[in-house]
Design a protein. Sequence first.
Length: 348
Amino acid sequence: MFGLLLRILFLLPPERAHAVTMYLLHVAISFPILGTLLKKTWKPKAPSIQCMGLTFPNAVGLAAGFDKDAKHLDIFEALGFGFVEVGTVTPKPQSGNPKPRLFRLVKDHALLNRMGFNNEGMEAMASRLEHRRQGTLIVGVNIGKNKDTPNEQALDDYLKCFNRLYPYADYMVVNVSSPNTPGLRALQDKEPLTKIMQALMNARAELIRQGSAKKPLLLKIAPDLNDSQLADVADLSLETGIDGLVVSNTTLSREGLSTPASRLEAMGNGGLSGAPLTLKAQNVMAVMAQRLPEGFPIMGVGGIMSATDAHKRQKAGASLVQLYTGFVYGGPALVKRIAEQWNQNSLS
């Protein structure tokens, strides 16, 4: 059934297919019987996961970028996710890059995107999260800078988002690794990144002093960092005392693709996700796990297309995993399969 639905949706442009899917799911859960059926069908029979002081209903989360404005939390909870990372959100609303900006590479089980942090801004997200229905779903907030904010003033954007959305998040993630905002990845250099992360840790300390609960702060990195840069990330993670990493974002690499070069050229720039990213993201995550103390929280993301991929990420040191392209191609059945098999020794 899912295969047929997927073929129908793939007849539409990707962004249109996403909008149609979300609309239909909202209609479905508005009917109590259908909503109950969805939850009964897709809720994993899986143990909760304790990580960073939080209780995750299961180990499988939805990666940032799918629910940019926190509009669909009830849907993803009904589809079995244990947590959802919303965003990337910026202080001011922005439309993102011109369309088309999202492409399917079906032969490669991949997506290419250059969305450009399209979102309604932190105020709209704060309003939604403030009034969301409380449940067991863990919600992380992924924050970024506006496109027109120069890197020299990027910290101001991160602080604005952090302070505004901290009260409504279960955890916060700093995104300096998207390839689709000009110059953003330059902030991954040790000096500017240490400055940003230390400032946010100080901001958290002040919020805690004022009576807020302590909430984890994580950093999301790119899969294209070299060994020296990965060493810097490990060092600053320990120096600043951040709570974890999200590894990794999309890649700029186009190696080993079955999609013809002419079609790739026509698509243009953007970050690649899905199966071509599997080994690269897994290897980067393994390197980070080896450089950091045992048990340091890492969310493994990027190219997780099967329960086997998730198991390998777990063995390499992931505390939790996130899906994006794997969910597009595998649907809620993949979420359930990974969650239910997370702690088993043999996955298929």
